[in-house]
Design a protein around this ligand. Structure first.
Ligand code: PGA
Length: 244
C-alpha cells in the first residue's frame, strides 16, 4: 500500500439537489464520528452543491473534491469551473479524465493533461482516470491502452502527494460487471511500475459492498472510486470499511 493509506472516493456524478446532498453528507458524517477512519475518505459532489456538502462535512475529516475542472484559472470560458474555484469552495481533490468525459465528451489525453496542470497550479490533488473499452480488452490491449492514456495525460512532475490514478474499465462503470481479480492485478501492477512509487492507484467500476473486500485485497489496489454505491450512505460506508 502507498504511504498515504487507502483512499475511498465517492463520485456522485450528476446526482443531488441541495437537500439530498446535504442529507447524504450528513449521514456519512454520523458514520465517520463513530469510526476510527483508517483510510482517507473523499466525496465528489456536483459543483452546485459543493458548498452545502462542505458545510455538512466540516470537521468530519471527510475530504471534498470536484468532478472536473477547466485548465485555465479564470476568464472567458462560459460554463467552466476552474481548479482555483474548486479550491476556494473547499475542495482538495479533483477527478480528471473520467470515461464519461473522455468517451462522453470527447476529451483527449492532451486536454486531461492541461487540466492536471490546472489542478496542480491550484494546489489540488488530481485523480486521473484511465481505462479500456470492452473491445480493447477483448483485443488484449487493456494494459497498452491505459499505459498510453497515462503517458498522454500526465505532465512531468507527478508525485504521490498530488496525483492519484484511478483504473476504471469503461465497460465496468455502472454495469455491475467487473474484471477478474487477476485482470485487475495485472493492470495495477503495470500502472504501478510506471508511476512514482507511493502513488495511490484506485480501482473503479461497479465496486459495491459485496465485492469491495476482494478487490481491495489485490496488490497495488490502494482504494476505490465509487459511483452508484456512493449515493447510499450505508453502501458507501460498507465499501469504506472494506478498505480499512
Ligand atoms: P460505478 O461508477 O461505481 O457506478 O460503476 C464508478 C465511476 O464511474 O467512477
Amino acid at each position: 500500500m502507498a504511504q498515504h493509506g487507502r483512499l475511498v472516493a465517492g463520485n456522485w456524478k450528476m446526482n443531488g439537489l441541495r437537500a439530498d446532498a446535504a442529507a447524504l453528507a450528513g449521514a456519512l458524517v454520523v458514520r465517520a464520528k463513530g469510526a476510527s477512519a483508517r483510510c482517507d475518505i473523499l466525496v465528489c459532489p456536483p459543483a452546485t452543491v459543493i458548498g452545502d456538502v462542505g458545510l455538512a462535512l466540516a470537521g468530519s475529516g471527510i475530504a471534498l473534491g470536484g468532478q472536473d475542472c477547466a485548465p485555465a484559472e479564470k476568464g472567458a470560458f462560459t460554463g467552466d469551473v476552474s481548479a482555483e474555484m474548486l479550491k476556494d469552495a473547499g475542495c482538495t481533490y479533483v477527478i480528471l479524465g473520467h470515461s464519461e468525459r473522455r468517451h462522453g465528451r470527447g476529451e483527449s489525453d492532451g486536454e486531461v493533461r492541461d487540466k492536471v496542470l490546472g489542478a496542480w497550479r491550484a494546489g489540488l490533488t488530481a485523480i486521473v482516470c484511465i481505462g479500456e473499452t470492452r473491445s480493447q480488452r477483448e483485443d488484449g490491449m487493456a494494459l497498452a491502452v491505459v499505459s498510453a492514456q497515462l503517458a498522454g495525460s500526465l505532465p512531468p512532475g507527478a508525485s504521490a502527494d498530488r496525483l492519484v490514478v484511478a483504473y476504471e474499465p469503461v465497460w465496468a462503470i455502472g454495469t455491475g460487471l467487473t474484471p477478474t481479480l487477476a485482470d485487475i492485478a495485472e493492470i495495477h501492477a503495470g500502472v504501478h511500475a510506471s508511476l512514482p512509487a507511493a502513488t495511490r492507484i484506485l480501482y473503479g467500476g461497479s465496486v459495491n459492498p459485496g465485492n469491495a473486500k476482494d478487490i481491495f485485497a489485490v496488490p497495488h489496489v490502494d482504494g476505490g472510486l465509487i459511483g452508484g454505491a456512493s449515493l447510499k450512505a450505508d453502501d458507501f460506508w460498507a465499501v469504506v470499511e472494506a478498505a480499512e
